[in-house]
Design a protein around this ligand. Sequence first.
Ligand SMILES: [Cu+2]
Length: 316
Amino acid sequence: MSVESSAPLQSVLHPASQDAAIVSQLAWVLSGAAVLIFAAVMALLALSLRGHARPLRPGLWIAGAGIVFPVVVLTILLAWSTWRSAELRPQGSAHALAISVTAKMWWWEVRYHDPASGREIVTANEIHVPVGQAVHLGLNAADVIHSLWVPALGGKRDMIPGRLTSLTVRADKPGVYRGQCAEYCGAQHARMALHVIALPPREFADWLARQAQPAAQPDGEMRALLERGRAAFLEQRCQACHTIRGVAESGRLGPDLTHVGSRMQIGAGTLRTHQGTLAGLIADPQAIKPGVFMPGAADIDGVSLRALAAYLEHLK
Ligand SMILES: [Cu+2]
């Protein structure tokens, strides 16, 4: 699918959903009206300074331009924007796909319910959705207040510990849409991005089926290296915080790594996923995201580090 190669877009000016299109139209019309009125006032000011103006009846100007004009203009804009934003309300659909997103310092946990197996599929920092379908995002936060904002798809929604909020999104065209935590949440708030990946429905179903599988077994000509990597994962006690389904399943504090190699980026949009960046993150996470709640594997030897990174990259 070519969407993965196009540069992720994070822009309110390029709406990719009906909701985002309404938000962007509101912004254009309201800013446009403000610019027009500002220009008109400046033109009147220039005229009066050049002394061309004939004597005026001040009472008429104060009542006309000071009261009648703003009341009429603001009433029209208010009525129009109220009417437009009424369409922003989520189109409720009992069949909407439900995805739960939990914001944590400083990453996003994303959960799907696989209809085929009935299992929960847990991933991180990337929300795959089928194009053209309403998707219901159930939002929660584990620690402090965060906020989900994917400008190309719609408005922001706060994520509050202990309270479930929700956002319905519908991407109208396939693509990768970048989003960002929009509520300051601590040291690494700036490196808390996410991507919404909108796929044609059949590709989405294939993706979900692949994610439902347990982790890939070491295989092929790299088998010995990958097995060493898997052993290093357990020796380094990474499973205290990370789950790899089929290998160790109790880690909850960090992202699920069952299919980490299939994600475009690691560290919530911080680095592209490949062996080199994985090794860098494992050896010294504090250099990449200072303050992050992951200790570095400082005592790991070079060969094990390379094997561990290769193993994680191969978890597609
Ligand atoms: Cu934040």
